[in-house]
Ligand binder design. Structure first.
Ligand SMILES: *Cc1c(COP(=O)(O)O)cnc(C)c1O
Length: 458
């Protein structure tokens, strides 16, 4: 451990920012399973993906050999407007907890979209523009991804069409207006504007939608318009790749002060922020250079890693996307109304799924009232109002720091603080009013989701 005095915030200079993304798949002995074409059940090819995704992004999606991929100059330029993100030493939190643990968090909420999602949105918009496309379609749940993509598309002058899960569209009008301010067209999903939307509405009248439904609609919308492609804000390998700027910056900042973390913690929805944060550290672990405890935190109401199955599943409710082998609750699983909208996805990144299956990382599920208790505690001590998603990581970081207090161990804990909670005040209101509930699905309910899993020979 170093004797250097560690500041509250470790910033990097612009020239210390990463110039390449790190592709952890290159160092994995057991590669994540390939995406399957839903029609043939064979590994999907570049050509088969071309009608849906941008060419360069498909290359990144399928690349599991090249460890480093150059970040194009135009993207670096955009990154410099809001990065590097600070790595904060949570001195005040440590003091309040009375823990010997040293706690750091990487804060990704310092941009208008309020989360890490902009790191991938700008990359995806760039490759779409470079390919000469007119626009992109996407889904958004709580709205963070849609907001980030709207910002990225307006920067590169691309059309942006967002299918927003209906319940969020109605409950988060301000998110919607941010997107519209950046020029995006926002449609509540399921909608009458797509065939799959009409089908879902007929089968589930009055449904308030889900991420899986909105994905199906966005994919269909892209395929029906000339010069449009579909882009996704999480789950995919390409997204995880772009998010490695988080982990690379974190690692450089820690190394400036000779700090080596013992525990790295992040929330996991589709797995992109966690994957991005841990990738460079996981790389060292995979190459046998170092060891770290890595913990994924998910909501108890949507426990894909802790209670899901590691099998091939559809990525969307309408079953129009390729199949991915992942920890999943089944594409038909609709989680209870948890307030961490960004963590309500039924599946998980195939890369993280494989790493978890290989025992290289752990996962814990936490209940939402305990998450909001941690959020409130953190806000009052460290000043930042955290997003409910991010607060899952806060909760477990605090738990680990408390354990250190009991044992007297001076562990170094790093966690990802993915975003701010300004648009989540309805959830905070429920918590403040004492009417927030916890819901943990029963085994029978999970069984219903598993019953809809496709039968794929391994
Ligand atoms: C989307 C989101 C998440 C979860 O998505 P991942 O792909 O799992 O990272 C977490 N936190 C915030 C603030 C988000 O917007």
């Amino acid at each position: 451990m170093s004797n250097k005095e560690i500041p509250y915030k470790i910033y990097l200079n612009e020239n210390e920012m990463p110039k390449q993304w790190y592709n952890v798949r290159a160092d994995m002995k057991n590669k994540p399973a390939p995406l399957l074409n839903a029609a043939t059940m064979k590994p999907i090819t570049f050509e088969e993906l071309r009608p849906v995704f941008c060419d360069e992004l498909i290359n990144q999606e399928l690349d599991d050999v090249n460890p480093y991929i150059d970040i194009p100059e135009e993207i670096l330029k955009f990154y410099k407007m809001y990065r590097p993100a600070p790595l904060v030493r949570a001195y005040c939190l440590e003091e309040k907890l009375g823990t010997p643990a040293k706690i750091y968090y990487k804060f990704e909420g310092n941009n208008t979209s309020g989360s890490h999602k902009l790191n991938s949105a700008i990359a995806q918009a760039y490759y779409a523009k470079k390919q000469g496309l007119k626009g992109v379609t996407t889904e958004t749940g709580a709205g963070q991804w849609g907001t980030a993509l709207s910002m990225a598309c307006s920067y590169f002058d691309l059309d942006c069409q967002v299918y927003m899960v209906k319940v969020s569209y109605e409950q988060k009008p301000f998110r919607r207006e941010v997107m519209r301010t950046y020029g995006a067209k926002v449609t509540p999903s399921p909608s009458e504007t797509t065939e799959v939307g009409r089908k879902i509405l007929a089968a589930h009248p009055g449904t308030t939608g889900s991420l899986g439904c909105a994905i199906s609609e966005a994919v269909e919308a892209a395929s029906l318009q000339e010069g449009y492609r579909y882009v996704l804000g999480s789950v995919l390998n390409q997204v995880l790749l772009h998010q490695t700027v988080i982990g690379l910056e974190t690692k450089t900042a820690l190394e400036k002060y000779d700090i080596s973390p013992d525990i790295i913690i992040g929330c996991a929805g589709g797995g992109s922020n966690l994957g991005g944060l841990i990738s460079p550290f996981m790389g060292e672990k995979l190459r046998g250079e170092k060891d770290y405890r890595i913990i994924a935190v998910e909501p108890a109401s949507c426990p894909s890693l802790t209670r899901g199955k590691y099998v091939y599943d559809y990525c969307d409710t309408g079953m129009v996307c390729p199949l991915s082998k992942m920890y999943t609750l089944g594409s038909g699983f609709i989680p209870s109304a948890n307030h961490a909208g960004g963590l309500r996805y039924h599946g998980m990144s195939s890369t993280l799924s494989q790493l978890y299956d290989d025992g290289l990382m752990e996962a814990v599920a936490v209940e939402q009232t305990s998450v909001f208790e941690a959020a409130q505690y953190f806000a009052r001590i460290e000043g930042i109002l955290p997003a409910p998603e991010s607060s899952h990581a806060i909760k477990v970081a605090i738990d680990e720091a408390k354990k250190c207090k009991e044992t007297g161990e001076e562990k170094t804990i790093v966690f990802g603080l993915t975003g701010t909670g300004y648009f989540d005040m309805m959830s905070y209101q429920k918590f403040n009013d004492g009417v927030m509930s916890d819901y943990i699905p029963t085994d029978e309910e999970l069984q219903a989701g598993f019953a809809g899993l496709p039968n794929v020979e391994a």
